[in-house]
Ligand binder design. Structure first.
Ligand code: NDP
Length: 347
């Protein structure tokens, strides 16, 4: 079987948007023999994620991400099946995942980079390991629990930006499951707003591209915003923070509206927003899912249980083919996805 890989073809311009042509597909070559400790895998699904935009730059702007190198294989979250193993923990047929999965149809990885997974956790829907029962699910769950201060019975209103995306669609549902009395989503299309309210149980949803966010927030959150799960930053977040209650909590998950700009992370806030945070004693702590690895196993079990019980609804946008990695990444960055953007590489 021929093996293919995706390499970084070019970097976006400074302060520029990524394009699918930043990536290129090439034929790849698997080593003839496996070295001890290595595992050969067939790729089922690959993930495209906003943080990858930073890896496209020569300088990622953060200390925990390294830049992808030009003409080198791109890597990220992936899930697949073991085909051959010279590592004691893995045998042929195992389902495995990694945060460092090369964008390749088949690949050889060091066993220590792989995590063995039980497909029963997702009822055989392996792509969920990249979404609701994977990193985005953990981000939503642990973000809410570590930084949200959600208290059952406290009549809290939660607002989620990027609400129809991988993390946001789960964060709003988890806010409700954990005890918020009202959950409002902000996202970029009427179709997404409809899905949030009709399918995921959000109380209301705001289309930031078409509606007056401040006015719609005043309507839908008349007592103010107690918890804000922030995926986007920028002017949307300034508008939400301006309507937060005394002692409220911002979960600083991501700032995607600023990722094409050459600014450090987290990007600086306007003085007026800083003033609101200060005078209303609102917490706004940075959240990073990778800082809570000791809580990942229990978190995945919780997420899997909710999904199987039907309490947590899962949205995915799946495109097929390794040659569509660049298209899928570009589309996700522009809002083309509803729920988790996935690329299916093989059956
Ligand atoms: P999503 O599935 O939410 O996809 C990205 C979405 O961002 C798009 O669908 C689009 O939706 C929205 N978007 C794009 N540009 C803008 C803009 N200028 N203003 C507002 N919204 C925009 O991605 P993820 O769920 O994977 O990630 C969401 C956020 O969470 C990101 O900021 C990411 O960096 C962060 N993250 C943080 C982690 C952590 O540990 N802290 C871990 C994982 C993710 P729309 O149609 O609504 O515009």
């Amino acid at each position: 079987m021929l093996d293919y890989q995706v390499v970084l073809n070019s970097r976006p311009r400074k302060n520029g948007e990524p394009v699918p042509e930043n990536f290129r597909v090439e034929e790849a070559c698997l080593p003839a023999d496996l070295n001890p400790g290595h595992v050969q895998v067939r790729t089922l699904y690959l993930s495209v994620d906003p943080y990858m935009r930073c890896r496209m730059n020569e300088d990622t702007g953060t200390d925990y991400l390294s830049p992808w190198q030009l003409s080198e294989v791109v890597e990220g979250g992936g899930v697949g099946i073991v085909e051959d193993s010279r590592h004691d923990s893995f045998t042929e047929g195992d389902t495995v995942a990694s945060f460092s999965w090369p964008w390749q149809t088949q690949a050889v990885l060091e066993g220590k980079l792989l995590q063995k997974l039980d497909p029963q956790l997702v009822d055989g829907r392996h792509s969920y390991f990249l979404g609701a029962v994977g990193m985005p699910g953990l981000t939503a769950l642990l973000g809410v629990r570590e930084k949200g201060h959600v208290t059952p019975g406290a009549n809290q209103t939660m607002v989620v930006s990027g609400a129809a995306g991988a993390c946001g669609s789960l964060a709003g549902q988890i806010g409700r499951l954990d005890g918020c009395s009202k959950v409002v989503g902000i996202c970029g299309s009427d179709e997404k707003c409809h899905v949030l309210v009709s399918d995921l149980g959000f109380n209301s949803a705001i289309n930031y591209k078409r509606q007056d966010v401040a006015a719609r927030l005043r309507e839908s959150c008349p007592t103010g915003v107690d918890v804000y799960f922030d995926n986007v930053g920028g002017s949307i977040s300034d508008t939400v923070i301006a309507q937060m209650t005394e002692g409220g909590h911002v979960i600083l998950c991501g700032q995607i509206s600023q990722y094409n700009k050459d600014v450090p992370y987290p990007p600086p806030l306007p003085a007026s927003t800083q003033e609101v945070l200060h005078t209303k004693h609102i917490t706004r702590e940075r959240f990073t899912v990778l800082n809570y690895t000791e809580k990942h196993e229990a978190g995945l079990l919780q997420l899997s249980q909710w999904v199987r019980e039907g309490k947590l609804k899962v949205l995915e946008t799946v495109v097929k083919g390794l040659d569509n990695m660049g298209v899928a990444f570009h589309s996700m960055m522009k809002g083309g996805n509803v729920g988790k953007q996935i690329v299916q590489v093989s059956e």
